[in-house]
Structures are given as C-alpha cells and as structure tokens.
Design a protein around this ligand. Structure first.
Ligand SMILES: [Cu+2]
Length: 115
C-alpha cells in the first residue's frame, strides 16, 4: 500500500513537471489600420498559446488569418476589438494576413515558431 501511493505520488510529480515546462502564453496586441498591421512579426515557441487582442483602429474592415493553422478570424469593423488564440505544434514561419480583398500584401506578418 505504501509503495503504491509512492508510485502515484511520482506520477503526479511528473505530470506537474510536464505542465510547468510548457511556455507561458504569449500576449500580443495588434492594431489594424487602413491598410497595415502594427505587429509584423510574432516569435513563439512550439506549443505556446498565443493570445491575440486585435483592434481595428481604421475605418475599413480587417480580419486575421493563418492558413496553415486554420485561423480564420471574422472581420472587425472600425473601432471593434476581438480576442482569439492559437498555437503551432511544429516549428516554422507562418504567414498571417488580413483576408479582405486587396489587403493581404499590405496587412501581413510572420509568426515565427521555434522549438
Ligand atoms: Cu484589412
């Protein structure tokens, strides 16, 4: 009985260690203007939750997409703010952009994910 509770104790300790080694969430605030994003590079770790607060400080509608991660955020009207989150399971450089017609080349950036 004593050995059994020790094994359970070790398993719990291992679980806690695994959780605490995960990187803390990354908080990023992005302002979208007509037509640009004020953050053009986000550096994150594999598995790190990226919490975005996006404000549309322009007049036109803007949104946020990362095709490879399935991120497709609904368009914001001028003055609106949205919060959303994502994480990447593999290292790489992921393009993010506004998907409104004609905006992609100007309102874009790179999410750079490393181990
Ligand atoms: Cu846009």
């Amino acid at each position: 009985m004593k050995i059994r509770s020790m094994v359970i104790g070790l398993a719990l300790a291992a679980t806690v260690a695994a959780c605490s080694s995960a990187p803390a969430p990354l908080e990023v605030t992005i302002a979208a203007a007509d037509i640009s994003l004020d953050v053009t590079r986000i550096d994150a770790k594999v598995g790190q939750m990226v919490n975005i607060t996006m404000k549309n400080s322009g007049v036109l509608e803007h949104n946020f997409n990362i095709d490879e991660l399935g991120v497709k955020q609904a368009s914001l009207k001028g003055g609106e703010t949205a919060k959303f989150s994502f994480s990447a399971t593999k290292p790489g450089t992921y393009n993010y952009y506004c998907g409104i017609a004609g905006h992609e080349q100007l309102a874009r950036g790179d999410l750079v994910v490393t181990e």
